[in-house]
Design a protein around this ligand. Structure first.
Ligand SMILES: Cc1cc2nc3c(=O)[nH]c(=O)nc-3n(C[C@H](O)[C@H](O)[C@H](O)COP(=O)(O)OP(=O)(O)OC[C@H]3O[C@@H](n4cnc5c(N)ncnc54)[C@H](O)[C@@H]3O)c2cc1C
Length: 403
């Protein structure tokens, strides 16, 4: 039995290894780029956050997010880590639950997968973009620029549109649509959010620990705590990625409210009042408490000129500063585009697939896995966990069944 797999990324490589466990199966793995797992190399800032110890079915989104349940139970985090350990990858978990290769290098993950794929019943075809697929009932024709291949079963693992410079494309959606499947609206998730707040250029590169809440027309949309990064054009960092899904998607006034001292265990006002005993100017009021540049911006936002001596500040002025520290309001304009997003929200409609096997309910012998489906995970290793779980689920199912 020949199984064609389109896409040599995370889910496609996992599917290929699973399918090839049946030695009677011959796998053809098509990858349009010159090497396998190119996007994987860029994940986790080059460290590859390959899973998260806290990943469960609840960590995922999509119109039918329950779809992940079976794959996530069968190929859960423990099972996935055992699988990677058997492939020779040594991993380490951070306190947050994020798991990385012990080497801290994403290429360790790609390498163990690449080495494992080097077996007689897997043929890796890199630099081979699939432009057309046809269901022959039974079997499929898979056409690349050079040749047309025939396979008994086909797994589409082309990924999503996010991270287009690293291989994200519309290809998988189009191939599956041609075979009769439907696609929901695609939008960027785990992405920076733009703002035209005038203070941003002076805060470029500043990081802070905060609690961030996003509101649309005063209604709470999402909330998270962690590190924020200010950029020239907007807000970034894990805390923003976490809450970026669907931001500015609907019309309305979108605002991010930052509590910049979420863990402070004593009142701030007396701390500031004490500073009146110094000879310092107001721009140093928050020095030692917040990042210097952030402190200066907050003082300015409170309407206080930086040169005024702290000794001359009234209580009501210090209270204004406290209000800004615990509730800095930043107006949001739009998310950055798909290029900058880590994952695509939306995708191929999952009710058209069997959640136990990832097989199409419309075209027997056709499977899909990974980001091409309408599933996206939280920030912190969840999207790769979905790629491993769904990829292995599809690979084992395709490899086990007879034709
Ligand atoms: C910058 C960045 C950082 C990220 N960091 C993390 C992280 O640390 N942890 C985490 O969990 N997730 C992370 N993600 C998300 C994660 O990488 C993806 O969700 C995951 O790789 C999806 O796996 P996939 O197999 O579905 O798609 P991909 O890994 O994108 O693989 C799809 C493959 O299919 C190939 N392909 C597409 N069309 C065709 C075609 N027609 N013919 C042949 N080949 C084709 C592509 O070239 C690609 O190699 C990150 C994403 C980005 C962009």
């Amino acid at each position: 039995m020949v199984i064609g797999i389109i896409g040599g990324g995370a889910s496609g490589m996992a599917a290929a290894l699973a399918a090839a466990e049946n030695e009677k199966v011959q796998v053809l793995l098509f990858e349009r780029q010159s090497r396998l797992g190119r996007k994987l190399l860029a994940t986790g800032n080059g460290r590859c956050n390959l899973t998260n110890l806290h990943a469960t079915a609840e960590s995922f989104h999509g119109d039918n997010s329950n779809f992940v349940a079976t794959a996530m139970e069968t190929y859960d985090v423990e099972n996935t880590l055992n699988w990677f350990h058997a492939l020779g990858l040594y991993t380490v978990a951070e306190d947050t639950g994020r798991v990385y290769p012990y080497s801290d290098q994403a290429n360790s993950v790609v390498d163990v997968l690449r080495f494992a794929l080097d077996r007689p019943n897997i043929q890796v075809l890199t630099g081979c973009e699939v432009s057309k697929v046809k269901a022959n009932h039974p079997g499929f024709s898979v056409t690349t620029e050079e040749e047309t291949y025939f396979c008994d079963k086909l797994i589409v693992a082309c990924g999503g549109l996010a991270g287009s410079k690293l291989g994200g494309s519309m290809s998988g959606y189009k191939l599956l649509q041609k075979l009769g499947h439907h696609c929901t609206k695609l939008r960027p998730a785990l992405v920076q959010i733009k703002s035209d707040w005038s203070a941003l250029p002076s805060l470029k590169g500043v990081r802070a620990n905060c609690n961030a809440r996003i509101f649309c027309d005063h209604k709470l949309h999402s909330e998270s705590s962690g590190e924020i990064q200010f950029t020239e054009y907007g807000l970034s960092g894990p805390v923003i990625f976490e809450i970026s899904r669907d931001v500015c998607w609907e019309k309305g006034r979108w605002v991010c409210l930052l509590d910049l001292l979420p863990d402070l265990d004593e009142p701030l006002l007396p701390m500031l009042q004490k500073k009146r005993q110094t000879n310092l100017p107001a721009e140093e009021l928050l020095t030692g408490i917040l990042h210097n540049r952030l402190g200066r911006v907050i003082v300015k936002q409170a309407g206080i000129a930086g040169y005024v001596p702290i000794a001359q500040l009234e209580d009501w002025e210090l209270e204004k500063v406290c209000e800004r520290v615990f509730g800095l309001e930043i107006l949001l304009t739009e998310p950055m585009g798909m290029d900058s997003a880590q994952v695509t929200a939306g995708g191929i409609v999952t009710t058209e697939f069997n959640p136990e096997t990832m097989e199409s309910r419309l075209v027997p012998g056709l499977y899909a896995c990974g980001e091409v489906l309408d599933i996206d995970g939280d920030c912190g290793g969840y999207n790769l966990q979905w790629a491993w779980s769904s990829g292995r689920c599809a690979g084992y199912a395709a490899g086990k069944e007879t034709i």
